[in-house]
Design a binder for this molecule. Structure first.
Ligand code: MG
Length: 298
């Protein structure tokens, strides 16, 4: 069987004909938030409903990294290599220090609680950017059902002052985030209310003096939605979709697909040369080796 569908000749060079979509672990409830730790030789990822952050290590499989995880969803690493996490249950963004202590980076804005921070990236200046849709407070499945106090937005946490700043407030439900390799662009996935038939698309913003401006439609995912997105070193965007992972050119053209047997939530690059794509998909963790280099810091 083929794991791929090539829609552009460029994609033929991105994939390896004999590299499988390999299931590394299964039996979970709903996986998200993969983040690669090359220095520790492992991948961390969230099983949100089971309130755990898990650790997959090549050769030894999955162990529990943190439980309870406060229904953690997306993760990334900051410029010092520290884990930065979005937590639904506590409605906050945290940083795990090198000694294991947990620092709260943000949990509210102007006296109101955040909704349920979902996905997070760190820019080259060390600022933490995160999305805050309402998915974690809509029911008790991935957090705690509670009233929504703030609009769904994208925020930036200043690396020096720690101040929280609203950066994007004109989207329905911002979700996955990714900067282009030179950080001249910010991509933001909008997954909408999910139940009302909203378009599932990715927007691109131009970064001007550190601010995202001129947001416009970049690409509409079909089928499914762009929950998690990542870029490779040539600026191609890789996105989750209902049938797997889609690869989209910087011009917004769908170049090809990787088919995954389960609904994909999030992805990240990892491995020795950041040439492996780790895929969280419903109950399972998958990996495929690509002829690509992902942008993943550190
Ligand atoms: Mg997400």
């Amino acid at each position: 069987m083929s794991f791929f569908e090539s829609l552009d000749p460029a994609f033929d060079r991105f994939v390896l004909g004999n590299a499988p979509v390999k299931q590394l672990a299964t039996g979970y409830d709903w996986l998200e938030g993969p983040v690669w730790f090359g220095d520790a030789g492992c991948l961390l990822f969230s099983d949100i409903p089971s309130n755990r952050i898990l650790r997959w290590t090549p050769g030894s499989g999955v162990t529990t990294y943190r439980e309870p995880s406060h229904y953690a969803n997306g993760h990334t690493r900051d410029r010092d290599g520290r884990l930065v996490s979005c937590e639904h249950g506590t409605r906050r963004v945290t940083r795990t220090e090198h000694d294991g202590a947990i620092t709260v980076l943000a949990d509210g804005y102007e006296g109101k609680r955040l909704n349920s921070p979902n996905d997070v990236v760190v820019s080259i200046d060390g600022a933490v950017w995160f999305s805050d849709p309402h998915y974690g407070i809509g029911s008790n499945y991935e957090g705690f059902a509670a009233p929504q106090e703030l609009p769904c937005r994208v925020y930036r946490i200043d690396p020096l002052s720690g101040t929280l700043q609203v950066m994007i407030d004109d989207m329905n439900c911002p979700n996955g985030l990714a900067f282009s390799p030179d950080e001249s662009r910010l991509y933001v996935a909008d997954t909408g209310r999910m139940y009302e038939g909203d378009p599932q698309h990715i927007r691109v913003y131009e970064m001007r003096d550190g601010t995202p401006v001129n947001g416009r439609l970049f690409h509409t995912i079909d089928p499914g939605c762009a929950d998690g997105i990542r870029v490779d070193s040539d600026g191609n965007l890789w996105s989750s979709a209902a049938d797997g992972v889609h690869c989209i050119s910087p011009e917004g053209k769908l170049l090809g697909k990787i088919f995954v047997p389960e609904l994909v939530s999030n992805i990240c690059f990892g491995g020795r040369a950041k040439h492996e794509l780790y895929i969280t998909a419903t109950t399972s963790l998958y990996r495929i080796t690509l002829n690509r280099t992902g942008v993943q810091f550190p």
